[in-house]
Design a protein around this ligand. Structure first.
Ligand code: F6P
Length: 481
């Protein structure tokens, strides 16, 4: 609703992100279209659905046959999605290589995982340019271009050169690190200059904003007046926009018949037990191993909870072609196997572990059945799972345990907050959550719901777009003078 209000003034918005919200998959039966994983795709889907807004991005597969490409291009066009096809070498260098072996680990404070390959950097530059060319073919003169995330840091700068007056917004969905980490990257200057092509740079939290400003001022000497930077005589604003979710969708799903039936089924499968839920993409930033260690510590010290609690752990396959992700998968498999072998019994597995993606109705059912949701990333830009859990709990029960390293911890202050590196802290939080009196549980959940239902993804997008519009208006008045 909100974007369309803005739309009347700014014409259409073109969302640009590495991934489209729909991916093309291939198996023995042929090709299929499926929803993409991750917060960005799910978060922006409801925004894209409005008006004539379109979305440019990679459909998640390499297709070399021109006829197949043409077929999918026209199938996706009906959904106002514009695919940008990448070949194998581009996927390796741009996506797996530079994006996920340099930017992802550095931005999530895992500097030892970074692989500074010059070749991957060159592919990153080339693919950002490929996005530019496609935008230039798609965009009308009055369109607003909203670029998303770390895979496209150079794109705002490239676009600014090609369209000096364009309205360009950029939002980063992952943390922006302290400049002490950011400066490790050999191409830090180029990355900053790329980002500064935007009129408005958005991050989830105030800390990300100040880290970015500190990198820009210290590493390339950008002048600033608080969060207003001066770039070639042009103002660039850097501001926090904590992303929300489509809360109504999750609360509506909780009352859907299919979800209710599935909840009943799960409850009977796990009768007499409390469910502690864990859902993430496979990623070392999510703290999955530490979470399992904490759960093991909890089981070791609390035999009275044996057969009374199950850790229901969904790990959604992701980036498994990147070496550190493959290793992590093996480590998780081993640790789950160890815990189940050590503490399990013929009638109870402490960890119910699923390595799959699931449709949203299933996810809604597990949110509804979970007594506790355990979200302990080592670093996370926002973390939408925590918000989805809160939005799903119509009866106001359930306890959220949340890492202080997730952006969401700045908003959901009534969660049980933990340091994800401290497994004793997580163990204590589990005890607190599992023993929490109903009245306290409801009080905390209610106050978190107030936030999640007020600051929705629609609210986030409206705020960002109207702020961008405001900045452009000021720019044109200043120019006219
Ligand atoms: O939200 C962060 C993010 O990296 C998005 O940019 C991305 O679409 C999502 O997580 C999932 O990751 P990937 O696209 O690598 O599967």
């Amino acid at each position: 609703a909100c974007i369309s209000t803005v739309k009347a003034e700014v014409s259409k918005t073109i969302i640009v992100s590495n991934r489209l919200p729909i991916k093309i998959t291939e198996d023995e039966q042929g090709y299929a279209l499926q929803p993409s994983e991750g917060g960005l795709a799910t978060g922006l889907a409801s925004i894209h659905a409005q008006g004539d807004n379109s979305w440019i991005g990679w459909p998640g597969i390499s297709i070399s046959d021109p006829q197949q490409r043409a077929y999918f291009t026209s199938a996706l066009k009906e959904k106002r999605l514009v695919p940008l096809f990448l070949d194998e070498e581009e996927i390796k260098g741009f996506y797996e290589g530079f994006s996920n072996e340099v930017l992802w680990p550095i931005f999530h404070y895992f500097p030892n995982y970074a692989n500074y390959s010059l070749q991957n950097w060159e592919t990153y530059v080339r693919v950002n340019h490929k996005f530019l060319e496609l935008i230039l073919r798609e965009a009308g003169p009055d369109d607003t271009i909203w670029i998303h995330d770390y895979q496209l840091l150079l794109l705002p700068g490239m676009l600014r050169k090609a369209l000096p007056d364009a309205s360009i917004g950029f939002f980063q969905h992952i943390p922006f690190p302290s400049q002490e980490l950011f400066r490790l990257i050999p191409w830090r200057k180029e990355l900053l200059e790329g980002m500064l092509g935007a009129d408005l740079l958005g991050f989830h939290t105030f800390d990300d904003v100040r880290h970015f400003i500190s990198s820009a001022t210290r590493l390339i000497g950008t002048n600033n007046n608080a969060n207003r930077l001066e770039v070639d005589g042009r103002p660039v604003f850097v501001e926090p926009f904590p992303m929300g979710i489509d809360s109504k969708r999750f609360s509506d799903l909780s009352s859907a018949e299919a979800v209710k039936n599935r909840v009943a089924e799960l409850k009977s499968n796990f009768s007499g037990q409390k469910i502690v839920l864990s859902i993430d993409r496979l990623d070392y930033s999510k703290g999955i191993l530490q979470r399992l260690e904490a759960f093991e510590l909890f089981l070791r010290e609390n035999p009275n909870f044996h057969k009374k609690v199950t850790l229901y752990m969904i790990v959604v396959p992701s980036r498994d072609t990147v070496p550190h992700y493959r290793e992590l998968k093996d480590q998780i498999d081993r640790l789950v196997g160890h815990i189940n072998a050590q503490y399990g019994a013929y009638d109870w597995y402490p960890v119910a572990y699923f390595y799959h993606g699931y449709p949203i109705t299933e996810i809604s059912a597990v949110y509804n059945v979970a007594d506790v949701c355990l979200v302990t990333p080592m670093r996370d830009g926002m973390n939408l799972v925590s918000k989805e859990y809160v939005a799903s709990r119509k009866d106001e029960t359930g306890v959220l345990i949340l890492s202080e390293m997730a952006g969401a911890a700045k908003e959901l202050i009534d969660a049980v907050i933990v340091n994800p590196n401290n497994i004793h802290d997580i163990r204590n939080a589990l005890l607190t959550a599992l023993n929490m009196p109903l009245a306290e549980m409801k009080k905390r959940m209610k106050s978190m719901q107030a936030i999640v239902f007020k600051f929705t993804v629609q609210h986030w997008a409206t705020l960002f777009m109207s702020r961008l519009q405001e900045i452009k208006n000021v720019q044109s008045t200043t120019k006219a003078r």
